[in-house]
Design a protein around this ligand. Structure first.
Ligand SMILES: NC(=O)c1ccc[n+]([C@@H]2O[C@H](COP(=O)([O-])OP(=O)(O)OC[C@H]3O[C@@H](n4cnc5c(N)ncnc54)[C@H](O)[C@@H]3O)[C@@H](O)[C@H]2O)c1
Length: 277
């Protein structure tokens, strides 16, 4: 119950899905939390439900002035910032590369990548001054392998992992840790294909996708929230510059038995000979 006692956290995208589950988990463990999100009604409702340990700050994470103001407001209300979870996101640009507009490219990168840069940029001075802090960013298995997600989503999430490593190397000497989480398929409105997906639609996703999952179920927001809790707290104090795959085994790859051409068909083995030998 006290794993985050005395700590102050900012959670972007904290009004819904993975972010809201993490807000609840952090508050259960004693943290004070700023919920930073575009969605005013869900953000306010969650803050009202959880009481004075939380505050909702309307924020568009792709705008520097919003991020700077939200970080300043958190500090003035709670006195410090120990944890930042850069988590806000959306599906971004869809479709073939040739029909992707530059405006959609910019929006996707702004929401999924620039936001992470802005969050890191604005908490870093505070955390350096304290000599401690944990910055966590929600990447994706789509950032590890092409084909799991649309082009630009994958690229942005991949860049989040690399930014995590790079900034971890800079901030380590100040006691600030920087890590990322790569969720697999998690039962949220985003995974159900629309930000206003209701409980029925999310349940349909669970049922339709369970059989494709190694552990026989899709992930739940709490699966990611529990990993964020570990990375936010002192149990992970010697871990930085890493990404943690939370995907129920999905990224381990399809079992060989699901590839009939490899499992059952006998193929002649081709030995490669370098030219001229
Ligand atoms: N659900 C999955 O299967 C899955 C898998 C891998 C990674 N992720 C990542 O996890 C994170 C959370 O996604 P989720 O599944 O909980 O989605 P969600 O749609 O349930 O929640 C996303 C939240 O981000 C907020 N948001 C969107 N754009 C914003 C902006 N510009 N400024 C501030 N807030 C904004 C939304 O209002 C919403 O509350 C995202 O970064 C997503 O890419 C999700």
């Amino acid at each position: 119950m006290d794993r985050l006692r005395g700590k102050v956290a900012v959670i972007t995208g904290g009004a819904g899905g993975i972010g809201a589950a993490t807000v609840r988990r952090f508050v259960e463990e004693g943290a004070q939390v700023t919920i930073a999100d575009l969605d005013h009604s869900k953000g306010r409702a969650l803050a009202e439900d959880l009481g004075p340990a939380t505050t909702f700050v309307p924020t568009d994470v792709s705008r520097e002035e919003d991020v700077a103001a939200m970080v300043a407001e958190t500090e003035s209300r709670f006195g410090r910032i120990d944890v930042l979870l850069n988590n806000a996101g959306f599906g971004g640009a869809l479709g073939p590369i040739e029909s992707t507009s530059v405006a959609d490219y910019d929006l996707t990168m702004d929401v999924l990548l620039k936001s992470v840069f802005l969050g890191m940029k604005h908490v870093a001075p505070r955390m350096k001054a304290q000599g401690s802090g944990s910055i966590i960013s929600t990447s994706s298995v789509g950032g590890l392998r092409a084909g799991y997600a649309p082009h630009l989503y994958s690229v942005a999430k991949s860049a989040v992992i690399h930014l995590t490593r790079s900034v971890a190397l800079e901030l380590g000497e100040h006691g600030v840790r920087v890590n990322a989480i790569c969720p697999g398929l998690i039962a949220t409105p985003l995974a159900a294909g629309r930000s206003d997906a209701d409980a029925t639609r999310i349940e349909q996703l669970r049922v339709a996708s369970a059989a494709s999952q190694v552990l026989g179920r899709v992930g739940e927001p709490d699966d990611v929230a529990n990993t964020a809790l570990f990375l936010a707290g002192d149990e992970s104090q010697w871990i930085t510059g890493q990404h943690f795959v939370v995907d129920g085994g999905f990224e381990a790859g399809p079992p060989w038995s699901q590839w009939p051409e490899f499992a059952r068909v006998k193929r002649p083995v081709r030995h490669h000979r370098p030219p001229g030998r």
